[in-house]
Design a protein around this ligand. Structure first.
Ligand SMILES: Cc1cc2nc3c(=O)[nH]c(=O)nc-3n(C[C@H](O)[C@H](O)[C@H](O)COP(=O)(O)OP(=O)(O)OC[C@H]3O[C@@H](n4cnc5c(N)ncnc54)[C@H](O)[C@@H]3O)c2cc1C
Length: 393
């Protein structure tokens, strides 16, 4: 995106607040439908979790969750989106593999998870030891098999976010970085404008796509949004020769688990142990959330257990990022009851990249009054009782 940007418009149809993969995808889908849309990003695109994640397009979840349909549909959208965007987003659909070692204490749990997905007809199959060993020479001798999600994929999330924003701009969206939304102007039950340092932008509708920042942002309107910040951490190795095409996971949530993949330029990107990471609201004010040594140590000890052969490779980068978690692990999507022209798109927990293509389409459905292609009923903000009745004072 251009470093120097045009002035802010005084008005538009829809303001999308938040330039991560979700906001960029929403702006893109709205622009495609001819909506006059403005995307506001406080810093630079993908500065939040969208530029700091593992890039797995992994649809594994509690198979009974209503989100499963959303995940599978979102995952299935990537190939067409990758074609459509006119930018190489490094999407590959080589599956993801949850591996088991003979020493693991969660063998039963992993098998049970696998069977639950299989019984519901999800795209999974079991790989025996030999098949796993053939997938990468990095797997250790004591691997006993793996649970393959063969429709999963990988994407470069930074490229995805920029490609979406650029495609939105090509279709007429105005994209403005370094432009935080400072607040919303409300008249009765309507949001009438978004406040910025360069003045107010009046609009017909506002979409808020700012993950955990949505909580303080919407509190000013009397909305109690139960989205809490959760830190995730990543390591990147030096570029290595081709070692694997599949994305991998090891360990079973809620126990510490890790995930990794080899990116196109050869680095292994390794993350995880989120479930044992501490977090706090201080993360929201941090321009680049810090790593923590205990989690870094845990991730590295675990990857060397699974891939002893990489114990001596150099690490070239590491970082942390912040996700927005809801109490029931479902996102918050759709219109708010209190302010019907205010639309929520946050609370993606650990899978907002996977969701992004579909998030864009369903939120564009909501904004344009079309019937959403999946039911959004489970994702209403009002499922949390506190949000129903509290009024702004
Ligand atoms: C370490 C880590 C690993 C992960 N791995 C995966 C993975 O492998 N697969 C997967 O699917 N997901 C993964 N995730 C989760 C995924 O990254 C997020 O769910 C997703 O990026 C959320 O995208 P978003 O656009 O909704 O939010 P974000 O990317 O957080 O974007 C929100 C944006 O809003 C901006 N903003 C905040 N306040 C304002 C304001 N007032 N005005 C304007 N802009 C504002 C922020 O600067 C930010 O750019 C991971 C996350 C982390 C941290």
């Amino acid at each position: 995106m251009a470093l120097l940007q045009a002035p802010l418009p005084a008005s538009c149809d829809v303001v999308v607040v938040g330039g991560g993969a979700s906001g960029a995808s929403i702006a893109y889908q709205l622009a495609k439908r001819g909506v006059d849309v403005l995307l506001l990003e406080a810093t630079v695109l993908a500065r939040g979790a969208s530029g700091r994640n593992g890039g797995l397009v992994d649809a594994a979840l509690d198979p009974a969750s209503p989100l499963m349909e959303f995940y599978l549909r979102a995952s299935a959208s990537f190939a067409a989106l990758a074609e459509e965007l006119e930018t190489d987003i490094e999407y590959v659909q080589d599956g993801s593999l949850q591996i088991l070692l003979d020493s693991d204490i969660d063998i039963e749990e992993t098998h049970a998870d696998f069977r639950a997905h299989l019984d519901r007809g999800y795209p999974v199959r079991w790989c025996d030891r030999d098949e796993v060993l053939a997938m990468s020479k990095l797997f250790p001798e004591n691997v006993i098999g793996g649970w393959l999600r063969y429709e999963d994929g990988q994407v470069n999330p930074l490229l995805l976010t920029y490609a979406l924003a650029e495609a939105a701009a090509r279709r007429g969206a105005k994209v403005r970085q370094h432009t935080p939304a400072r607040g919303l102007v409300v008249s009765g039950e309507r949001v009438t404008a978004v406040q910025t340092d360069a003045g107010d932008v009046t609009c017909e509708q506002v979409v808020v796509a700012i993950e955990p920042w949505s909580r303080p942002f919407l509190a000013a309107l009397g909305l109690d949004v139960p989205v809490t910040p959760q830190r995730g951490q990543i390591f990147v190795t030096e570029p290595l020769p081709p070692l694997m095409t599949i994305a991998c996971l090891y360990g079973n949530s809620p126990n510490p688990y890790i995930y990794w993949r080899q990116t196109r330029h050869g680095s292994l990107t390794i993350g995880g142990c989120r479930t044992v990471d501490t977090h706090g609201d201080w993360l929201l004010g941090s321009p680049g959330p810090a790593n923590s040594l205990d989690i870094q140590k845990m991730i590295l000890e675990t990857i060397v257990k699974v891939h002893p052969g990489i114990a001596d490779v150099s690490l070239i980068r590491w970082w942390a990022g912040v996700m927005g978690f809801t109490p029931d692990r479902l996102p918050i999507l759709g219109r708010t009851e209190r302010y019907p022209n205010l639309v929520s798109a946050f609370g993606f927990c650990p899978n907002g990249i996977l969701c992004a293509p579909l998030t864009g389409r369903v939120i564009a459905d909501v904004v344009t009054g079309a019937e959403a292609e999946v039911t959004l009923e489970p994702y209403r903000l009002e499922r949390f009782a506190a949000t129903k009745r509290r009024r702004a004072s």
